[in-house]
Each structure stands twice: as structure tokens, then as C-alpha cells.
Design a protein around this ligand. Structure first.
Ligand SMILES: N[C@@H](CCC(=O)N[C@@H](CS)C(=O)NCC(=O)O)C(=O)O
Length: 209
């Protein structure tokens, strides 16, 4: 499989973690979002919204949208599972993952932030915008967690952790105040020590600068 990716892209990071958790090998093809590789005709053909990640399967099928790809990976490679077997727990786990995927990421995405800047806002205002939505979303994520688990929803990583760790990486990058999010930073420490998360870290990617 080929993963079209950018080292700093949190949605690509989600897929790298999941592929590693499931022991699936893939080749990374780096697109540089900083110089506009996402807007080329070849990328738009693969990924019509103009972004990463895309996963190209061995038979040439192209998959886009990280959450859909995560569900695909779970369906074709069910072990180890990234979804709790209890349906109620699974629904809450997906709710938490979607706080990040639907409520935080879209309003902080590069194209949105660039548009805000082009409307005349300063870098400080843009960073404050991003931190506002990260803090609010991460607080909601924490409030949805069951008590006493090692990872977000149990003693093994789930899709919630797969979304959380890349988002926390962005939060560190932009200086979000994480003082009210102790549970999340504890889970983060555990995840970062896990080989699948470690190998997926942006710093370990071939295009990292
Ligand atoms: N909902 C999409 C979002 C993909 C996405 O927008 N990724 C970002 C990087 S994390 C991107 O490619 N942004 C390019 C841009 O905004 O120009 C997914 O989950 O795959």
C-alpha cells in the first residue's frame, strides 16, 4: 500500500498509527502541504478535496478521508481491534474520536486557517483561534472518557487514541493550555511509549524537517 502523507498532517498521523498497530506495511509518499503539493492535478484526482491522507491499495483502489480509511482497515484486518466490543463503549469511543475529527480538525485545517489569514487576521489571532477550538474539543473528549482506563477506552488503543495523539501533537505545537487535561496527557505518555505510536510520530517521517 502507498500512503500519501505529510509529516505534520494529523490526519496522516492517524493512519500511520493504525497501520502500525495492525502490523500492515506501507510506503510513504510525501506531499509537501507547505508548498502546495495538495493542489496539483494528480493529487486532486486522487483526493478531490485537495489534501492528505490518501491510501492506495495494492490493486490500485484509492481511499480518502482518514475516518473512512480507519474503518476500512478495521474491517479488512480486525485484529488487534481498534473498536471496543461493547456497543455502548464503541459508540462513546466513536463520539470522542469525532470530537477531534469533526469538531476540532476541520476548523483548524490549513485551508481554513489560510483563509482566516487572508481576511486580514494576524498570526497571533489565528493561533488563538486554533487554541480556542483545540481546548474546547479536548475538554469535551476528556469528559467523554470512562474512568480508570489505561488508554482512552480500555486497556488497549482504540480509534479515539489514534485521533487523540495527533491532535495533542498539534496542541503542543501551538501552545494550547493543557493544564485542565491531565487525563489526556497521562494517556498520551502511555501511547507515545507504544512502538506503533512511536514509529508514526511526525519526527520519524522521511519528509520531516
Ligand atoms: N477530513 C479529512 C481531512 C484531510 C485534510 O484536510 N488533511 C489536511 C492535513 S491534516 C490537509 O491535507 N490540508 C490541506 C489544506 O488544507 O490545504 C480526513 O480526515 O482525511
Amino acid at each position: 500500500m502507498k500512503l500519501y502523507s505529510y509529516w505534520r498532517s494529523s490526519t496522516s498521523y492517524r493512519l500511520r498509527i493504525a497501520l502500525n498497530l495492525k502490523g500492515l506495511s506501507y510506503e510513504t509518499i510525501a506531499l509537501d502541504l507547505a508548498t502546495g503539493d495538495q493542489h496539483t492535478q494528480s493529487n486532486l484526482q486522487r483526493n478531490p478535496i485537495g489534501g492528505v491522507p490518501s491510501l492506495v491499495l495494492e490493486d490500485g483502489s484509492v481511499l480518502t478521508q482518514s475516518m473512512a480509511i480507519l474503518e476500512y482497515l478495521e474491517a479488512v484486518c480486525p485484529a488487534p481491534s481498534m473498536i471496543p466490543s461493547n456497543p455502548l463503549m464503541a459508540a462513546n469511543m466513536r463520539a470522542s474520536a469525532n470530537v477531534i475529527a469533526s469538531d476540532i480538525h476541520p476548523v483548524n485545517n490549513l485551508r481554513v486557517v489560510s483563509t482566516i489569514k487572508s481576511m486580514g487576521h494576524t498570526q497571533d489571532e489565528v493561533v488563538s483561534w486554533m487554541n480556542r477550538w483545540m481546548l474546547r474539543g479536548l475538554q469535551a473528549f476528556q469528559a467523554l472518557l470512562p474512568a480508570g482506563t489505561k488508554f482512552s477506552f480500555g486497556d488497549a488503543p482504540t480509534l479515539a487514541d489514534v485521533c487523540l495523539i495527533p491532535q495533542l501533537n498539534n496542541a503542543h505545537r501551538w501552545g494550547t493550555d493543557l493544564s485542565s487535561l491531565k487525563r489526556l496527557t497521562e494517556i498520551e505518555t502511555r501511547c507515545l511509549a507504544h512502538p506503533a505510536f512511536d514509529a508514526a510520530h511526525p519526527r520519524r517521517q522521511p519528509d520531516a524537517i
